[in-house]
Ligand binder design. Structure first.
Ligand code: SF4
Length: 313
């Protein structure tokens, strides 16, 4: 019976995919998927990438209807960069717990405590937080942005692990770290990483800077999702332990079956990133469900913080 159910599900999924593709053409819609999305979502998407890369693509295409398969702050960033376009988050419950760890009000309190400090906001933050920040950063350019910012004192929000990593390269600066973290990366401790490294001694350890400092110290390579994928592709090594969300390994295994990829820890699955289903995408296209709204003034200030980063990257 299980076999029959599987067949029915596969048939349903095929029908849903066909409907999505039909509606996509009718509406001249663009579907974007973050690397951490499930494979079936990536398969129906026009582009797969990291959050900022996808938002930049949204500004360049002629489509005015963007379905962003990711979490809320990502679709919000796309809307900030393209306020004239309609941007949709197909599953409105998909939020980033780390982005939600900093609010505009609490950041204002911290700014008052350190009035000379400039605020660097990781793009994994809300439009409101970006709007009261001096500049944004991504995990790939954070060191560069902080190093070259004209300020000795910096408030870095919201990821304490990325902030601590940046601090190591900028000893001349005083960096006040917000105590946020990504539950998917932060939950893995050094002893667990040591176990898997012992199990696969010839594998190289490639990790995301949202991991704990003790894990970063063990790594052979530290980089953003896109940088990890590129480094695996260009490396002459054969096997890798990947310290980021499972979606990255799914992509690497599909594209490079000749190489071996192991998850640093089986729990590295972002529940929020996996909330979006094919049914959600179909509903979003059919009913214009999940449209993102950003208050124009907030959006304009947030856009300025993002643009300052883009100019310097
Ligand atoms: S993986 Fe972490 S940072 Fe990314 S969306 Fe999930 S909780 Fe947020």
């Amino acid at each position: 019976m299980l076999y029959s159910n599987e067949k029915i599900n596969a048939k349903n999924k095929k029908t849903i995919k066909e409907e999505i593709l039909k509606l996509k053409i009718e509406k001249n819609a663009l579907i974007l998927a973050h690397h951490y999305q499930s494979m079936e979502i990536k398969e129906i998407s026009d582009f797969v990438g990291d959050s900022l890369e996808l938002s930049k693509i949204a500004t360049k295409v002629d489509s005015n209807y963007i379905v962003f398969c990711g979490v809320h702050f990502m679709a919000e960033s796309a809307k900030i960069l393209s306020p004239e376009k309609r941007v949709f988050l197909p599953n409105t419950d998909a939020r980033c717990p780390m982005a939600d760890m900093v609010t505009k009000e609490r950041l204002e309190t911290m700014k008052a405590e350190f009035p000379d400090a400039k605020v660097v906001a990781y793009v994994n933050s809300s439009a409101e937080v970006k709007s009261i920040s001096d500049i944004c950063c991504t995990s790939s350019n954070a060191v560069n942005i902080v190093k070259h910012l004209e300020a000795k004192e910096i408030i870095f929000v919201p990821d304490q692990n990325l902030g601590a990593y940046v601090s190591k390269f900028c000893p001349e600066k005083t960096i006040h770290l917000w105590k946020g973290f990504c539950p998917t990366h932060h939950r893995v401790i050094g002893a667990e990483v040591q176990n898997i490294c012992d199990r696969y001694p010839s594998a190289k350890l490639f990790v995301h800077p949202e991991c704990r400092p003790e894990v970063l110290e063990m790594a052979d390579f530290i980089g953003s999702t896109a940088q990890i994928i590129k480094a695996c592709e260009t490396s002459e090594e054969h096997s890798f332990i990947i310290g980021t969300e499972k979606g990255v390994i799914d992509t690497l295994r599909a594209v490079h079956p000749e190489k071996e990829f192991y998850m640093m820890d089986d729990t590295m699955v972002c529940k929020n990133m996996k909330k979006t289903t094919l049914e959600d995408v179909l509903k979003s296209l059919k009913e214009s469900y999940g449209e993102i709204q950003v208050e124009p003034e907030v959006g304009a200030r947030a856009k300025s913080a993002i643009f300052k980063m883009i100019e310097r990257s």
